[in-house]
Design a protein. Sequence first.
Length: 111
Amino acid sequence: MKLIFKMALAAFAGALAATAATQIAAAPGPSAKMTVEKNTDRPGSDYNAFWMDKPQANMCRQACKTDSRCLAYTYVKPGVQGEKARCWLKNAVPEPVESDCCESGVKDIKE
């Protein structure tokens, strides 16, 4: 009985490790390329947002680029949602909407 349990546990651990390795290999890393979509909002699919002390869209883009969960971002210019700029990180790629409030981008996961 113990031997069967140990064999089943070893098989499960091997399958789990293979699945995790596949997911890690498929996840875009810090070197992933990002599109830059000027005058574009991508509303929805937000999992994180933060105020930005400096109104620099490239900092929002970099935050997405280095976060494995992030598939797209929207940088909102100062004065639109508050005094400061705001960065929205997204775990999906919402449809683009033309708007001069924002810059958005999508991570290129084809690498």
